[in-house]
Design a protein around this ligand. Sequence first.
Ligand code: ZN
Ligand code: ZN
Length: 361
Amino acid sequence: MQRFERRLRKLRQELEARNLDAFIITHPPNRRYVSGFTGTDGTLFITGDKVALITDFRYVGQAQKESPASELVEATPDILAQSLSDLATAVRAKRVGFESHQVTFANYCQWAETAAGFELVPVKDLVEEMRAIKDEGEMEAIKRAVAIGDAAMAHAREFIGPGMTEKEVGWELEVYMRTLGAEAVAFDIIVASGTNGAMPHATVSDRVIQGGEPIVIDLGARVDGYHSDLTRTLVLGEPDDRFQEIYDLVLKAQLAALEGIRPGMTGREADALARRIIVEAGYGEYFGHGLGHGVGLEVHEGPRASKVSDDVLRPGMTLTVEPGIYMPGWGGVRIEDFVVILEDGAEVLSQKGKGPLGCLG
Ligand code: ZN
Ligand code: ZN
């Protein structure tokens, strides 16, 4: 339970710095990060010396087990506003922060109506910023999730053959990761063959995979709540010249970023390491997304690496490095590896460059 105490201490310092008497946490990954509670219904009310966890009847036993340090308040979601107001009144709170980027407008209106004698103060990304730097226990879970993703990619090279559908490939990869101990897949697996690969977030379809066309596979595993995220682009049989050209370019851009990323850089600078190479080769307009994102309790979290990101990379942060080129009517190539930022650079956690990345058989 030590890690929760540590996180709470840090959170309380932040509340004090913002002159807040209490803070409401509603976003499930943030709630889990601070309290350990993993149920789907639960709200934390945190003050300088207590943590109240509001949840409903279904989760009481689970909450006691996962979050023994929290004071349990049993309430159904429809009376949440009243419960929060009661808690704030009981501690004579004047300024109560809430996660403005996570609370619906309808909920906010309800809370504001019920709030008596205290002010609701919007706070953005407070716990998210704490979560961006991973501790040792988190890194352990992440490494296991990355290893399972890597193993699934190695497996993909062995079983995929012409005539299989994208759905069949996706299902085999999902079962394989679960067999290796993943508690779930991190997100809907992407198997985007041929022209489908031009859509960066295609999922799986009944399309039959053919020889000679690119197949973008993007997958991840979840272990103890932590995710991995990995992409490989494969070809069955002989790739054509165009594939080889685009693949080599994406790989060159990715390796430049993997080698160049340093703590202290902004997300924009990291993105530019890869983007520059793709733009110079004339494919800039086909790389329409950012270079990467942090991964942890959520698949997409801070920091962001993109053309517009001012996030500063710091030791202990995770980051995917995933340049891609997508050509409508042809297909796409994306290569995504997973790094952790160190004091003097970045360590690649996934199996970068082990065996031929691009071509099968
Ligand atoms: Zn991905
Ligand atoms: Zn990603």
